[in-house]
Design a protein around this ligand. Sequence first.
Ligand code: NAD
Length: 260
Amino acid sequence: MLKGKVAVVTGSTSGIGLGIAAGLAGQGADIVLNGFGDPAAIASLRQSLAERHGVRVLHHGADMTRPEQIADLIAQATRELGRVDVLVNNAGIQHVAKVQDFPAEKWEAIIAINLSAAFYATKAVLPQMLERGWGRIVNIASAHGLVASAEKSAYVAAKHGLVGFTKVVALETATTGVTCNAICPGWVLTPLVQQQIDDRAAREGIPVEQAKRELLAEKQPSLAFVTPEQIAGMVVFLCSPAADQIRGQALAIDGGWTAQ
Ligand code: NAD
């Protein structure tokens, strides 16, 4: 379905972003990976995606807190692969603390990576998408883009902001072949969430498996983690013609979290 198209997925050396990159590669898209990690591990990720799916795979190490590096990510993708048709703004970080204890530098970093980076990347890709008359921008928000939890002020503010930004881009592109939507996952068992599970286990002096069950029971009625593959499935669907008129939506994949 996406043969001849090029997809940039930010924060795709791990977790959800990696699952999305694999899902898009599985549809034939050439892929630009982004994110941090051990260079040898990233090289082997590139190679295995390319070989498995017969697509071209690049990696760009842009730091999503740096607007000029984000612009360079889009410029290099366009230069080396010819175009960018799909942009998935996925890179994100978390920090958990009460507002009065929240370190200012964590607030700034979360707003920069989880929100502002989507603005800079979208600004950089829109002209070429509009010129060709087709494009897909998918913002990975969160259940926390729709509802709040205590001790996640920066994350909740950034993700609500990302949902708002998604709606504006969708309105500004409404008469074109470019669509912009957000996906709002519930708990997905990635390094970002494993950290929160480990912290809970240490804080409460309980086994990690029990901390995992408690984390799910608190918010996610299905009591099961969402998988990166399920989120990738939604991204692929949003890239299909069936989704041409889905615009400005915040699509929850959250095991019932926000139905409560
Ligand atoms: P993860 O920690 O597994 O992966 C994060 C990715 O972002 C990694 O590739 C990392 O290298 C990259 N990254 C981090 N800081 C970066 C920076 N400054 N510049 C460039 N890349 C950077 O996290 P994940 O759980 O896969 O999360 C991916 C996205 O999904 C995030 O936006 C997160 O908020 C969102 N999300 C996650 C969950 C969950 O339960 N895991 C739920 C809802 C939403």
